[in-house]
Ligand binder design. Sequence first.
Ligand SMILES: *Cc1c(COP(=O)(O)O)cnc(C)c1O
Length: 340
Amino acid sequence: MAYIILDKNNFFYNLDIVAHKTKSKDKIAIVLKDNAYGHGLLEMAGMAQEYGLKQAVVQYKQEAKKIKHLFEHILVLADIPQKKSKTISYTINSLDSIKKFPKGCLVELKVNTGMNRNGIEMEQLSEAFRLIDTHRLKLRGVFTHHGCADELDGNYEKQTKRFLAVKKEVKELIKSYGWKKIRFHSANSATLFREKDFDEDIARIGIAAYGCLEMPKELCKVELKPVLALYAQKNSTRIVKKGQSVGYGASFTAKSDVVVSNYNFGYGDGFLRSCSNSYQTPQGVQIVGRVSMDNSSFISDADELLIFDDAKDVAKFAGTISYEVLTSLKPHLKRKVAVF
Ligand SMILES: *Cc1c(COP(=O)(O)O)cnc(C)c1O
């Protein structure tokens, strides 16, 4: 079976750079949704804890349960629990969801500042506070999410300005209800690296920690190191003669005799089929024919092949983003943590 190597040194290297920007490890909330961006939830959560991170972010309560012993606090982005928890807070994504949370539940209120995906509208803040109070939920934070933090189109500044207004109004509301101080956050990886002087309570960091942040040069020039590498093992080797073809649809035809080996991974393991016929490994080994479910062929006779060690490269070939390359990798692949 193909397998994944997770480079702990690179992960810690990235976290050092992130912590320098946030000015404290305690302000990093590591985003571990989607099986930690395909890296492996437990593997990455364990390393994050070893590094000294105390906060995590996941999508669902099931994920939070698996890692709650490792963190002081976890934010769940989109789920509603049966029972309250002292260390897990849940996101309010709309006004009408407020009544569904159990009494005493820790919640964080998401406010839409222009991405128009999730969160209450800015005009609904006082109504949200009234409902949170009526349903006796405990407000722990107010946050927003940027839709254009890696773009230069002016939307980022508009959202930032709106969130400043949200903070101001929320502080007044907190005072009038006599509630405890809450936390504010709006930064994903791109936001953190684009800001000169980060001053919020936490940053929700995914792609930067995994070493695949891509930003326009005008915004930030940071060099991070990819954590994940995918390796595959050989099933068989043959000489494909001039004029013969390889794989489904015979989409590759040899121009001269060539040594081709088949390796034990394909789109069934999460390797994108759009890499068919075009992808080259970091060592310049060429894929030939279509990627099939559990098989891919390369011009090589090596017993083992490094398929990629930087998801950004695969993304270029496949016409997508590193997030999709990484989260496509299936949980059944073996993951090993390595210290180089
Ligand atoms: C996924 C996600 C993040 C992390 O974004 P990156 O670009 O990977 O840093 C942060 N906040 C929210 C709400 C998210 O859904």
